[in-house]
Design a protein around this ligand. Structure first.
Ligand code: WTA
Length: 561
């Protein structure tokens, strides 16, 4: 199908081949160690921090924090442990106990990571929120699972509509947490929990309804640890940089847990993408492993020879996730940086990698890789039967596996809808698998939008738009875009008395931006006389809007005779 890129033999990695990994793979072997540390109980925060201190690595650098392109601070595992313990005491002094939902709404800085770990240390469930969320997004998420405590800072607290969140008993500012001196009677000790006890809640979008609270438990940390070892290929002298914010699952699982369970030094970098500063960080901090998204790689590629101004020789490989990785980006990195980009496929719901490219195995540009050793991936037809190779169908995963979500908070029906075919998890993606087991992404089977690797539910954007007095109806789709993969495009009809003007369209964009989140705001808005609907229920037909948009694009690209 495509030529395979084999690993360069002079690049060091300490990994098994695919077949060796499958053969040696035994999730069970790790269970005793990671999930039964203390009388059959476990704690993910302990495994990520305290264990390394106990094993004599307290002096090893746990993190480098880069702000505005400058190294602001670094922490050892020993220092990290002290901070986590301190926050744990502060949380306990405010009455937080096992199973409580604690939300963390902070910029990407060390405190954000410490707050997540402190929450988990005391057995509470961490709900990290993306720093760009606006009022409605914050309110809906905390309300959905009855969050009782929120950790935030002076800036972000302005976007917390506390009076609309009845369950919220306390808001703690990071500044106050740092200064707090909890009573000496308050313990900062680890709360040992059962492996099926709650760890994280990540809210994510689907094509219908509000965001879903994907609930993960401590058992997932086996998946985090093994994939950190095999896919991220973490070695003891690695400097590992995942560019995602912990409010997204990539930022928590592969930004925090997988690297720290494997004792890596991580880079935490705040702020937006800038090619120059990314290359500079890699050079300055001798980054060995970068995990990011195709949009960023496309932007780096667009900068052409810029990479030549930097010494990137520390990099061993790059990982990608979240959206289709263009074959020409893979070959660009290979030809210019002499690096392989390893695509990975997984979802908030899967809790860890499902389709991967192990560093010891050939890559097929255009493919996402192969099933993670020990996990089976199938392509199913409409009846739930496995299809033969090279046939497009529903991308499914054999259940169970350790990282698999445990629930959709408060919505068992939604949870069950992922498992309509016995023994399989249905991803909602379409794909095909070739005769070597390499999986090729073919799109979504629903209306979910993926812009720069971020999942956006059309329903959320539509609901927001129709709250605006000018908008009667709205249908929102993902429009293909060369840089972002897709952009959010809204089709609307206006209420009587409103006219289409550039100012009005701009105010609609701002309305979504200000209330929901910048990444959800439609980049394009088109005013229509009416929207296509189903005859019976009157539901807006997004598929028709999308078809219409694609045909329009095609007509623009095809010169008329
Ligand atoms: C998409 C991110 C193509 C896919 C970890 C999936 C991808 C959704 C890839 C999950 C990839 C993820 N190639 N598409 N390598 N990885 N996706 O929950 O549609 O934010 O269902 O998880 O992103 O997005 P989520």
């Amino acid at each position: 199908m495509t030529t395979a890129l084999s690993p360069k033999s002079d690049r060091k990695h300490n990994l098994p081949s695919y077949q060796e990994a499958v053969n040696s793979h035994d999730w069970k072997a790790l269970e005793g160690e990671l999930l039964g540390r203390k009388d059959g109980k476990c704690n993910a925060s302990y495994e990520a921090v305290d264990r390394h201190v106990a094993e004599g690595y307290g002096g090893k650098t746990a993190l480098h924090y880069v702000k505005d392109g400058v190294l602001e601070s670094s922490l050892t595992f020993g220092e990290l442990q002290q901070k986590v313990e301190h926050y744990a005491k502060v949380l306990r002094s405010h009455g937080v106990t096992k199973g409580d939902r604690v939300f963390i709404f902070l910029p990407k800085n060390p405190e954000c990571y410490v707050a997540i770990l402190a929450t988990i240390r005391i057995g509470a469930i961490a709900g990290p929120l993306f720093e760009a969320f606006m009022e409605d997004a914050v309110r809906d998420r905390i309300n959905d699972c009855g969050g009782t405590l929120l950790i935030t800072d002076q800036d972000l607290i302005k976007r917390v509509p506390a009076k609309d969140i009845p369950s919220l008993q306390k808001i703690l500012l990071i500044e106050d947490m740092n200064a707090a001196q909890p009573d000496s009677s308050i313990s900062g000790d680890v709360e040992w929990v059962d492996k099926e006890d709650g760890l994280l809640i990540h809210y994510t979008s689907g094509s219908t309804g509000k965001p879903k609270g994907v609930f993960h438990v401590h058992r997932s940390l086996i998946h985090h640890a093994v994939s950190g070892k095999w896919v991220l290929d973490i070695q003891d002298d690695d400097v590992y940089w995942c560019t995602s914010h912990p409010g997204w699952v990539t930022g928590s699982v592969y930004g925090l847990f997988a690297p720290w369970l494997n004792r890596a030094t991580i880079v935490i970098q705040g702020g937006r993408f800038k090619a120059e500063s990314w290359y500079k960080i890699i050079e300055d901090l001798q980054v060995t492993t970068l995990y990011s998204a195709p949009t960023a790689f496309r932007l780096l590629k667009a900068k052409g020879d810029l990479y030549k101004d930097y010494d990137l020789s520390s990099l061993r490989h790059i990982l990608s996730v979240g959206e289709p990785l263009n074959p020409d980006v893979i070959t660009w990195a290979w030809d210019n940086l002499q690096l392989r980009i390893h695509d990975t496929w997984w979802m908030t719901e899967t809790g860890g990698h499902i389709i991967v490219n192990l560093p010891s195995e050939p890559i097929k540009p255009g493919s996402m890789g192969r099933a993670f050793p020990g996990i089976q991936v199938g392509i199913l037809d409409e009846e739930g039967k496995e299809l033969p190779p090279n046939t497009i169908g529903q991308l499914a995963v054999k259940t169970p596996w350790p990282g698999l979500m445990q629930d959709i908070w408060g919505d068992r029906g939604k949870y069950d809808s992922y498992f309509v075919y016995p023994g399989w998890y249905i991803s909602g993606d379409l794909a095909l698998k070739d005769e070597d087991g390499y999986v090729f992404f073919q799109g979504r089977n629903d209306d979910m939008i993926n812009s720069s690797g971020e999942r956006i539910g059309p329903f959320e954007v539509e609901s927001k738009l129709i709250e605006h007095p000018a908008v009667a109806e709205a249908g929102v789709i993902g429009k293909p875009d060369p840089v972002r993969g897709e952009i959010v495009k809204a089709f609307i009809t206006l209420r009587d008395g409103y006219e289409e003007t550039p100012e009005l369209l701009e105010s609609l964009r701002l309305f979504v931006r200000k209330n929901l989140a910048a990444h959800a705001a439609p980049r394009e808005i088109e005013v229509m006389a009416e929207l296509p609907k189903t005859q019976i229920s009157g539901k807006i037909l997004r598929r028709e809007l999308k078809q219409w948009e694609l045909e329009k694009e095609l007509a623009l690209k095809t010169p008329s005779e």
